[in-house]
Write a protein that binds this ligand. Sequence first.
Ligand SMILES: C[S@@+](CC[C@H](N)C(=O)[O-])C[C@H]1O[C@@H](n2cnc3c(N)ncnc32)[C@H](O)[C@@H]1O
Length: 261
Amino acid sequence: MTNVVLWAIIIFLIVVIIVLFIDFKRRREDRKQKFLFSSWPIKKVPIEEFDPSFKTGTLGPDHSTEIKFIATYRVTGGISDFESWILCNIAKRSNKIFEFGTCTGKTTYLLAANAPKDKETEIVTITLSPTEMDAYKDTAGDDSAAVDAAMQESVFTKFYYSETPEAKQIKQLFGDTKDFDEEPHKGLYDLIFVDASHAKSYVESDSRKAISMLKPGGYVFWHDYRGPRRAIGVFEALNELSNEMPLIHISGTSLVAYRKP
Ligand SMILES: C[S@@+](CC[C@H](N)C(=O)[O-])C[C@H]1O[C@@H](n2cnc3c(N)ncnc32)[C@H](O)[C@@H]1O
């Protein structure tokens, strides 16, 4: 065998090993995101199946789904552009909106910018301010990464909507969501977005409150349903909740949705 042939075989084998290694890593990542060798418990559904107003034609989404929009580019804790489009379209027919977890206030702003410009329209949003960290109450079993993230994101006192015309429709609450008294808010809201602490005990508490605050026909959306390796508290709390009520996971997003009958 000549040297040239020998080198060709060696190079070929190296390339094969590299390709196999990359494929192995990709499959391992996929496996990690599986839930005990099966799909995630909450069924994945395309958005147009959940809500027919999102139906598409041969050219894509209908013009009726146009929204006022700002891209999620270098936004702390933000949601994806596709997720914004979904929430803002629901906001277009929602007078009363509540958000658990304000962060930069970009989603708050977009919800307000797309909501009807009626006198009764109101977007209420709650967040932990930088001076209230002591109010945070983690429970045994809460994921420490979720607790750390809650602390790191609780740094804003000025928001994306501040000093915009939308600010007059927005009511900013500060405080720990476990201390938030939902009693006066029961049955009031068309749209609720749950995106505050991702620790399991918080997702459970915020979800119970959110569901009690819905009007008949109202929607709750949760963010960060990302499988058993990321935001595990959201994954576990929503999987358990799905045994009690019909939840769906919207394809191509980390949103889980519920519509109250
Ligand atoms: C992921 S960010 C929210 C992102 C925002 N919804 C958006 O779409 O841009 C989480 C927010 O929840 C707030 N937060 C975390 N733990 C909280 C708690 N225990 N009570 C109230 N707010 C909390 C954080 O301060 C942060 O503003």
